[in-house]
Design a protein around this ligand. Structure first.
Ligand SMILES: [Mg+2]
Length: 389
């Protein structure tokens, strides 16, 4: 059973939460220039036909009394983290798909927290209590149906499709409700006389594939209740990175290397905690003119080893010609895969076994840090030289 949790008018609701004067008002969050678009509109503003992705000037025309607010991303991110914290309590398998949306696989969690509807109710009231915001939840045996359901009783509601109800629900499901069906595919489907997933099932497969292409296959699968996309908890994060704005701009390579080592340690540890490995390692540099440069390298075998991340980041740093003083430096990793995915064996060199040894070192260091705290163990290079008194 999968839950899809979607916050209601998230950015606009956060603004209302932080400013009670906005209660009952048409709140529209978006860039303030006329070239920007609406990021979120409160339900009051939606009454006037304002919706997200609409150009701001259109929104002003439709809702002149609207209160237009510039997005405060750091605040939204902060509350998003709090929401995700709540979700992670109910299941270890949580896939965050956007700042205000996540799938949770609750299969097997019933014993702990009750029936799916009870779990949804608990999550909604806990989010309301801890974060102060409402959300809507869809419950279904697959991701796509859970997502469609969360929209049905929005805002502050939920909708449940049980196993037995799936065939009936699909039969009458309008194709425009399916995520990924845009204006273009909708037009094509309409021309074929297809309005619901039930109609898709009636249509000859080969003709549909020819007319709609790859997406036709997905529709055919959905119409036969096939949705094999599972909840991927590791895709919660697409990258892990650490960066530091230096106390003062510098071109001292030793200082820069020291930061790269510290950051590699933190990035490596975070990857290991998330039980993922990274294939791409990135070095980010901002010079005193605020000009940003990134360099990256993709390695054959995904890694979470501090040593390997450090080594690769350092080679990027050493290859970089420092012309201006550096103001910010950072190490990032991306192309993450689960620790359980198979790793390519390195048969013809001894690098593989060396890397295994580094993994042992990492594990030992992680254990010490988990027990005694971050300051308890440091790589020798990072230790400040003892003063000779
Ligand atoms: Mg939302």
């Amino acid at each position: 059973m999968i839950l899809h949790v979607d916050m209601d008018a998230f950015f606009a609701s956060v603004e209302k939460l932080d400013n009670p004067n906005l209660t009952g008002k048409c709140v529209i969050v978006g860039g303030l220039s006329n070239r920007s678009v609406v990021s979120a509109a409160s339900y009051e503003a939606r009454e006037f036909g304002v919706h997200s992705a609409m150009p701001i000037f259109r929104a002003r025309q439709k809702c002149p009394q609207g209160i237009f607010i510039k997005p405060r991303m750091h605040r939204y991110k902060e509350l998003s983290r709090n929401v995700m914290e709540v979700l992670k309590k109910y299941s270890p398998v949580v896939e965050q798909v956007s700042i205000d949306e996540a799938y949770i696989d609750i299969t097997g969690c019933e014993k702990l927290y009750g029936e799916p509807e009870e779990i949804a109710l608990k999550i909604r009231s806990e989010i309301k209590e801890k974060v102060g915001l409402t959300c809507s939840i869809g419950i279904a045996p697959s991701k796509v149906l859970a997502k469609i359901s969360s929209d049905i009783n929005k805002p502050d509601g939920f909708f449940h499709i049980t196993h037995n109800e799936v065939p009936g629900f699909i039969e009458t499901l309008a194709v425009q409700k399916i995520p990924g069906v845009g204006k273009v595919s909708l037009k094509k489907l309409e021309l074929l006389g297809i309005r619901t997933l039930g109609d898709v099932k009636q249509y000859p497969e080969d003709v549909l594939l020819k007319k709609i292409g790859k997406f036709g296959k997905r529709l055919i699968e959905l119409s036969s209740c096939i949705d094999t996309s599972g909840v991927k908890d590791f895709s919660v994060r697409k990258s892990v990175s650490k960066e530091t704005t230096l106390n003062e701009d510098t071109n001292n390579i030793e200082i820069l290397r020291e930061h790269v080592l510290k950051q590699s340690e933190n990035v490596g540890r975070e990857l290991r905690t998330m039980k993922v490995r990274a294939r791409t390692i990135t070095l980010k540099i901002k010079d005193s003119n605020h000009e940003q440069i990134t360099r990256n390298i993709t390695i054959n075998n995904p890694t979470s080893s501090t040593e390997i991340i450090y080594r690769e980041a350092l080679s990027l740093l050493d290859a970089f010609k420092i012309r201006k003083k550096i103001r910010l430096i950072g190490v990032g990793t991306s192309s993450l895969t689960s620790e359980d995915s198979p790793v390519q064996m390195e048969l013809f060199n001894n690098k593989g076994s060396k890397n295994k040894n580094w993994e042992k070192v990492d594990k030992a260091v992680d254990n010490i840090i988990n027990k005694f705290g971050k300051e308890s163990v440091k790589r020798a290079v990072l230790k400040k030289p003892e003063s000779n008194e």
